[in-house]
Design a protein around this ligand. Structure first.
Ligand SMILES: [Zn+2]
Length: 258
């Protein structure tokens, strides 16, 4: 399985930076998990192939590129872009984004070949099948309705927490699966901002350390994601200080073969 966290920020010289403002992971160049930088950072091949997007939740940093992607692709689409999300997330998007005021209601629009965007409602812990991938949404703890995902193909499986604070269900379900090739875990804030992390239902390095004690697959590589860009350096240092051998930082833009 090929996994890439798309870039979303430029450094001082205009090149892509490791700071992550937006969240958008691409699997095998054909499935997007979240759509933060979907319109802005996809390659031509990815633009051509991505017709399925699964959303963790409706926060702006996870959906910002979705309306722009449909807009970019509007004329050339010969099938609708299918957006998989829970009922609650679909309602938030239809009421607040695709509402003719912030952006067009693409679910009601067609190009010459038909519909351009279609929502597909997912149910918590009910598997969905997209192309060669089996995907299970698992509810996490982020203050608003949010899911993480377990994604498998014939050869390997990965787990992505999405945005979350302390959670048990996700680890219970990951522990029942065969050992993942990678687990992606959020860590938005440094330890000194634990109050803010707690109030906004995010994690800190100390929370990550406690959460990983629930994981039974002790040798599985774990990658930290969704670090708030302004705190990245501090979070990276605190993660390194934990000295957990299989805990790494997911590199923005890098293609991981899992
Ligand atoms: Zn969020």
């Amino acid at each position: 399985m090929k996994l890439q966290l798309l870039p979303s920020t430029f450094d001082a010289t205009g090149f892509c930076s490791q700071q992550q403002h937006l969240s958008c992971f691409v699997i095998d160049d054909c499935l997007a998990i979240d759509a933060g930088s979907l319109a802005m950072a996809t390659t031509a091949v990815q633009k051509e192939q991505i017709r399925n997007v699964i959303l963790t939740h409706a926060h702006l940093d996870h959906i910002a590129g979705l309306p722009l992607f449909i807009d970019d692709m509007f004329v050339s689409l010969d099938e609708p872009v299918r957006v998989y999300a829970t009922k609650e997330v679909i309602a938030i998007l239809e009421d607040n984004i695709f509402n003719w005021e912030v952006y067009p209601k693409f679910s009601e629009l067609k190009n010459k070949r038909g519909a351009v965007m279609r929502f597909v409602q997912i149910e918590i812990e009910t598997e969905i099948f997209i192309k060669h991938l089996r995907i299970k949404p698992v509810e996490v703890n982020h203050g608003v309705q949010t899911v993480g995902y377990l994604i498998s193909d014939d050869k390997s499986n990965i787990a992505v927490t999405g945005d979350t604070a302390k959670t048990d269900k996700f680890w219970d379900i990951v522990n029942r699966e065969k050992s993942p090739a990678a687990i992606l875990i959020e860590c938005a804030f440094p330890d000194e901002l634990e109050d803010l992390a707690f109030k906004s239902h995010h994690s800190t390095p100390s929370v990550v350390q406690r959460e990983l004690k629930k994981l039974k697959h002790t040798n599985c590589p774990v990658y930290v994601i969704n670090m708030k860009p302004m705190y990245r350096e501090r979070i990276v240092k605190q993660i390194e200080n934990l000295k957990i051998e299989n805990l790494h930082i997911l590199e923005v833009g890098k293609i991981y073969e899992l």
